[in-house]
Design a protein around this ligand. Structure first.
Ligand code: NAD
Length: 476
C-alpha cells in the first residue's frame, strides 16, 4: 500500500508575538482594563498568544477613531484614491500569503492546502475586486451619487477568519465607510496580522480598527450608538439577538447566518464527480462551512451505488496535522465546537440513524472528529434539521424531482444547495424551486468575489460579494 511521506509546511514563516494589543486609530494599544485571553492551536492545544480583550471603553475609543477617520479623511477622499489603498492591501496580501496561510492554519486548525489554495487567493481577490468598484460607485446601479453610511461595526465567526474579514472590510472601505471589526475569540490572529498590513499599506489611521474579545465585546460594539451599520456573520441565535438590539435604531443591518444545505444527486449524475462534490460539500474545512452540503439527498435507485463509492472515497481522506500539505481534514476549531458535534452525532445514533466512519487514527492531543455519515435519516431527526457545523453528513433519499425539492426546502434555513444531474433543463427547473441563496450545479462550495452570497429565511438577509455587496454599505 502506497504511503504518503510527511510534507510539513514550515511554521517559521510566521513571526508570532507572545501578546497582541487592540488595533485602534492606526496603532496597537493596551486594553483600558488590561483584560486578556489566550488563543490556542486546536490541533495541539498549545497556547499561541495572549490577546487583548476589549471592554466598553476600548470599543468606544475604536468607534470614535473610526468616526474621525470617516469625517476627516476617508469619507471625503475621492474613490480613485481609496481604490489605490485597496489595491495596495490586495498586493501585500498576495506577497504575504504564505505567512497568512500558515497563521490561519495554526489558529483555526484548517489544512494548509485549503488556507493556501482557497482562503488566501479569495481574500486577495476580494480586495482586488472591490478596489475596482471604489471609483465607479455611481455605475453600480444605486443612483447617481451613492453615499457611504459612516462607521460600520463588523462581527465575524471563526470558520474563515481572514476570508470573512475580507468579505466585510473590502466592500465597506470601497464604498467610503470606516470600520471597527471584531474577529471571533478563537481565531483573532490573522485579523491582527491584517492590521499590520494596514500599517504597511499606510492606510490612514482609524479607517480600520480591530477589537478582539468574545461575545460581550461584539454585543457592546453592535449596540454602540456611534455606529451607522452593523454587519454580522455567525449563528442564527446571535443574529436574532443583534436584530433585536438594532431594531428601532437608524443602523442598517445585514446578517449572514447558518445553513443546512441539501446536496441533491439524481440517477443520471456522473457518480465519481458527484462523490467528489459530496466530499467537498461536507468535509471541506472540517464541515465548518455555513453553506456546507450537510444533507445529502440521493435518488433512491442509485443510493447504494453512490454510498458505496462515497465510503470508498472517505476511506482515503487524510485526517491530521493541518500544516501537512497532504492533509484533507484538519482539527475541529475548539473544544466547545467538538462537544456540539459530538452531542448532535450522539443524538443521530440515539434517534435510530446508522452511523459510519472510515477507520482513521486521530491524534491524541487537540480537537478531532472523524469524517462521519449517517444513513437511514428521516426529516424528523435532529441531524437532518439542526446545523452540526462539523464533518458529519446526513443521508436521505428521494424518488422524484418534486420530492427532492420538497425535502430540500424543508428547513428553516436557505443559504445554499447543490444539484447533480446530466440534464440542463432539470438544473434550471430545480434552481427555480429551491429556496436557497446560492444553487450550485455539478459543483459545490465554489466562491467568487463577483458573485453575491447570502440567505433566505433564517440564513439571514442582505448579500455579500459582487455589485450587490456594495448595497449594504451605501445610503441608497
Ligand atoms: P457565533 O454566532 O457564536 O459567533 C460569531 C461571532 O459573534 C463571534 O465573533 C462572537 O464572538 C460574536 N458574538 C457572540 N455573541 C454575540 C453577541 N451577543 N453580540 C455580538 N456578537 C456576538 O457563531 P460561531 O459559532 O462563531 O460561527 C458559526 C456560525 O456562523 C454557524 O452558524 C455558521 O453557519 C455561521 N456562518 C455563516 C456564514 C454566512 O455567510 N452565512 C459564514 C460563516 C459562518
Amino acid at each position: 500500500m502506497f504511503e504518503y511521506a510527511p510534507a510539513p509546511e514550515s511554521r517559521s514563516v510566521v513571526d508570532l508575538k507572545p501578546s497582541y494589543g487592540l488595533f485602534v486609530d492606526g496603532d496597537f494599544v493596551d486594553p483600558a482594563d488590561g483584560g486578556t485571553f489566550k488563543t490556542v492551536n486546536p490541533s495541539s492545544e498549545e497556547v499561541l498568544a495572549e490577546v487583548a480583550e476589549a471592554g466598553a471603553q476600548d470599543v468606544d475609543r475604536a468607534v470614535r477613531a473610526a468616526r474621525q477617520a470617516y469625517e476627516r479623511v476617508w469619507g471625503p477622499m475621492p474613490g480613485r484614491d481609496r481604490a489605490k489603498y485597496l489595491f495596495r492591501i490586495a498586493r501585500i496580501i498576495q506577497e504575504r500569503s504564505r505567512e497568512l496561510a500558515v497563521l490561519e492554519s495554526l489558529d483555526n486548525g484548517k489544512p494548509i492546502r485549503e488556507s493556501r489554495d482557497v482562503d488566501l487567493p479569495l481574500v486577495a481577490a476580494h480586495f482586488f475586486y472591490y478596489a475596482g468598484w471604489a471609483d465607479k460607485l455611481e455605475h453600480a446601479g444605486f443612483g447617481a451619487n451613492p453615499r457611504p453610511l459612516g462607521v460600520a461595526a463588523q462581527v465575524i465567526p471563526w470558520n474563515f477568519p481572514l476570508l470573512m474579514l475580507a468579505w466585510k472590510i473590502a466592500p465597506a472601505l470601497a464604498a467610503g465607510n470606516t470600520v471597527v471589526l471584531k474577529p471571533a475569540e478563537t481565531t483573532p490572529l490573522t485579523a491582527l496580522l491584517f492590521a499590520e498590513i494596514c500599517q504597511q499599506a499606510d492606510l490612514p489611521a482609524g479607517v480600520v480598527n480591530i477589537v478582539t474579545g468574545a461575545g460581550d465585546t461584539g454585543r457592546v460594539l453592535v449596540e454602540h450608538p456611534g455606529v451607522d451599520k452593523v454587519a454580522f456573520t455567525g449563528s442564527t441565535e446571535v443574529g436574532r439577538a443583534i436584530a433585536r438590539a438594532v431594531a428601532g435604531t437608524r443602523k442598517k443591518l445585514t446578517l449572514e447566518l447558518g445553513g443546512k444545505a441539501a446536496n441533491i444527486v439524481f440517477d443520471d449524475a456522473p457518480v465519481d464527480q458527484a462523490v467528489e462534490g459530496i466530499v467537498t460539500g461536507i468535509f471541506f474545512n472540517q464541515g465548518h462551512v455555513c453553506c456546507a452540503g450537510s444533507r445529502l439527498l440521493i435518488q433512491e435507485n442509485v443510493a447504494d451505488r453512490v454510498l458505496e463509492s462515497l465510503k470508498r472515497r472517505m476511506a482515503r481522506l487524510r485526517v491530521g496535522d493541518p500544516l501537512d500539505k497532504n492533509t484533507d481534514i484538519g482539527a475541529i476549531n475548539s473544544a466547545a465546537q467538538l462537544a456540539r458535534i459530538r452531542e448532535l452525532s450522539d443524538a443521530g445514533s440515539a434517534e435510530g440513524a446508522e452511523r459510519w466512519s472510515p477507520p482513521c487514527e486521530l491524534p491524541e492531543r487537540g480537537f478531532w472528529f472523524a469524517p462521519t455519515i449517517f444513513t437511514g435519516v428521516t426529516q424528523a431527526h435532529r441531524i437532518a434539521r439542526e446545523e452540526i457545523f462539523g464533518p458529519v453528513l446526513s443521508v436521505l433519499t428521494f424518488r422524484t424531482p418534486a420530492e427532492a425539492v420538497e425535502k430540500a426546502n424543508n428547513t428553516p434555513y436557505g443559504l445554499s444547495a447543490g444539484i447533480w444531474t446530466d440534464k440542463g433543463s432539470r438544473i434550471l427547473w430545480m434552481a427555480d424551486r429551491l429556496r436557497a441563496g446560492v444553487v450550485w450545479a455539478n459543483t459545490f462550495n465554489k466562491f467568487d468575489p463577483t458573485s453575491p452570497f447570502g440567505g433566505y429565511k433564517e440564513s439571514g438577509y442582505g448579500r455579500e460579494g459582487g455589485r450587490h455587496g456594495l448595497e449594504g454599505y451605501l445610503n441608497v
